[in-house]
Ligand binder design. Structure first.
Ligand code: AMP
Length: 582
């Protein structure tokens, strides 16, 4: 009689011994949330006292702006232990910005181990829900970006670039549950075209092996689909001939691809027949028929992409596996196959010290009202505050989370939103003040024509990939005949893009992941109609404010039905990699 090996854990039947250990680890840290958090504080030398009360009394809650002078000192080369007793190994460039530039997050060498630890928990959880993931590969579109150096010589780059370039990733031991179709060389190329092309090619070559398709964010996976729409012809030529396109010049990529590419006319024909069809619905399932799920984040700002992903994937399940940032990796989703609207993340207590500002809509909260990880209450919203191993102390991340329940003693959070973000296509985050400044700057160009912007609103239009910003303008004109010409309005579009933060401009220029900004001029009186509509739905006349971003379909319909002119930015705004730290 065959004996079935069993790795039973409170989370479920683990797929293998290693998984069982990892799942048990999750159980241990979540059962001991308070203890693990307390142990964290003991690392602080608070004049001899390491208890929570002293911590709360002595350490202020801060924002990035409060830390900026210290961060600048480190960036300029001061090696004294300013934020952290460990040497700062590099800066991680966040997609959050301060004064238009990416925030620089200090990090230390050992943080890589902690990030690796969080990653190592993902597949054991996934294997509880999807069997057989060791029988094939994952098609993941992963990218690095260019890096820069601060004046003091520290590297500044995005956290994922740092991770993919690390020994941890490049020399990861073989794990049958984590085999990628993309060779490392295709991921580790800063040229986004060559990287995407070669990753897509490998994905096509291994089409029957692919069991899951993913990218970090939903927008990244849709960019890959768009790339296939634009480049399938060349890709199928390469597959038919077994010769890699000369456009791919990176020698490491060429070597890696030469090992797997040989003439395959049948595969080429199949892909031509699928891609030349006008019907791209369910294309992911057709090209990669064994795909069990999509591995992409579709929570927060990414929720706008769910319908498009459903369309291209033929309604495959979408797994949101983790919640992380440049500052700190926070937690994982213990039920990754749940519906996107049900996704919750359990913060892993060993990743940092976590506190929560009750978020009741009012902006006043002081540091004594902060709640600890184990003490948050179900049904309440909080703003996340973190203290990290790399020197951030009681730092406000800017994310608003809702507690939906507990796993053991660790709370599960639904990501509600990021504070102060109006528009977002992918990692860009444009707030109300930035949009206001951009409109003000562009409307200067109308002055010579005696015209001005009297009202505006916006939407992130993601119906077409790449998505783009749409800004609705109502203009005040000297007379209806004096509408500024198309060229002027195009210049206004570009001027607005020039005014956007560096993450927006990089996405536009270097990544091509945001399309040209569009201005839609609406008929005079449209914004009054908008107000009438809001009032008819119960808004108070006294308190009515023009929404600076709209996504409610009836309001968008109203706006779009009043559009009299539409213009797009005719060129890319300025962006240079050396200034922004990409
Ligand atoms: P960055 O520092 O550029 O890596 O951006 C981190 C931010 O991305 C977080 O603070 C969140 O606002 C957002 N984010 C990260 N993971 C998720 C997720 N799983 N769901 C929603 N938003 C997320």
């Amino acid at each position: 009689m065959a004996i079935k090996s069993s790795f039973s854990t409170p989370l479920g039947e683990a797929a293998c011994e290693n998984d069982a250990k990892k799942l048990q680890f999750i159980e241990d840290v979540t059962n001991n949330t308070k203890k693990v958090q307390e142990r964290y504080l003991q690392r602080f030398n608070l004049c001899g006292s390491t208890d929570r009360c002293s911590f709360k009394a002595k350490v202020p809650v801060v924002t990035y702006e409060d830390l900026l002078p210290d961060i600048q000192r480190i960036a300029n080369g001061d090696r004294s232990p300013i934020l952290c007793s460990h040497p700062i190994s590099e800066f991680l460039t966040s997609s959050g910005t301060s004064a238009g530039e990416r925030k620089l997050m200090p990090t230390i060498q050992e943080e890589l181990d902690r990030r690796q630890l969080l990653y190592s928990l993902l597949m054991p959880v996934m294997n509880l829900y999807v069997p057989g993931l060791d029988k094939g590969k994952g098609l993941y579109f992963l990218f690095i970006k260019s890096e820069t150096k601060t004046p003091g010589g520290l590297v500044a780059r995005p956290v994922l670039t740092s991770y993919y370039k690390s020994e941890h990733f490049r020399h990861r031991p073989f794990d049958p549950y984590n085999v990628y179709t993309s060779p490392n060389a295709t991921i580790l190329c800063t040229d986004s075209f060559q990287s995407m092309y070669s990753q897509m090619l490998c994905g096509l070559l291994y089409r029957h092996d692919v069991l899951r398709v993913g990218a970090v964010f939903a927008s990244g996976l849709l960019r890959a689909i768009r790339f296939l729409q634009l480049h399938w012809h060349q890709l199928t030529l390469d597959i038919a001939s077994g010769e890699l396109s000369p456009k791919i010049t990176d020698p490491s990529i060429r070597t890696a691809i030469s090992e797997i590419l040989s003439p395959n006319p049948d595969l080429s024909k199949f892909i031509i027949s699928e891609c030349s069809s006008d019907n791209w619905s369910g294309i992911i399932k057709r090209i990669w028929p064994n795909t069990k799920y999509l591995d992409v984040i579709v929570t927060g700002a990414m929720a706008q992409y769910i319908p498009t992903l459903e369309f291209y994937s033929g309604n495959l399940p979408m797994a949101c596996t983790m919640y992380a940032s440049s500052e700190c990796y926070f937690g994982i989703n213990l039920r990754p196959m749940c519906h996107p609207s049900e996704v919750t993340y359990t913060i892993m207590p060993m990743m940092g010290y976590f506190e929560f500002i009750p978020h009741d809509g009012s902006t006043t909260s002081n540091s004594t009202t902060l709640v600890e990880l184990a003490d948050v209450e179900v049904g309440k919203e909080y703003e996340l505050v973190i203290t990290t191993y790399s020197g951030l102390c009681r730092y406000r991340v800017g994310d608003i989370l809702l507690v939906t329940g507990f796993h053991n003693a660790a709370p599960e959070f639904k990501f509600i939103r990021r504070k102060n973000v109006l528009l977002s296509i992918e990692s860009d985050k444009t707030d109300e003040a930035e949009l206001q400044a951009a409109v003000a700057r562009a409307s200067e160009l109308l002055k010579p024509f005696g015209a001005s912007v009297i009202e505006y609103t916006s939407q992130a239009d993601t119906k077409v990939i790449p998505g783009h910003y749409v800004i609705y303008w109502e203009l005040l004109l000297k007379s209806p005949e004096e509408m500024p010409g198309g060229e002027v309005l195009e210049k206004c579009c570009l001027e607005m893009e020039e005014a956007m933060n560096t993450v927006y401009r990089q996405s536009r220029v270097a990544d091509g992941s945001i399309g040209p900004l569009e201005i839609r001029v609406v008929k005079g009186g449209t914004f009054e109609e908008l107000m009438d509509y809001a009032i008819s739905r119960g808004a108070s006349i006294n308190q009515y404010k023009v929404p600076r971003c709209v996504n409610f379909p009836p309001i968008l319909e109203l706006l779009d039905s009043r559009v009299i002119l539409t213009h797009f930015s005719p060129a890319c705004p300025t962006w240079t990699s050396c200034k922004s730290g990409s």
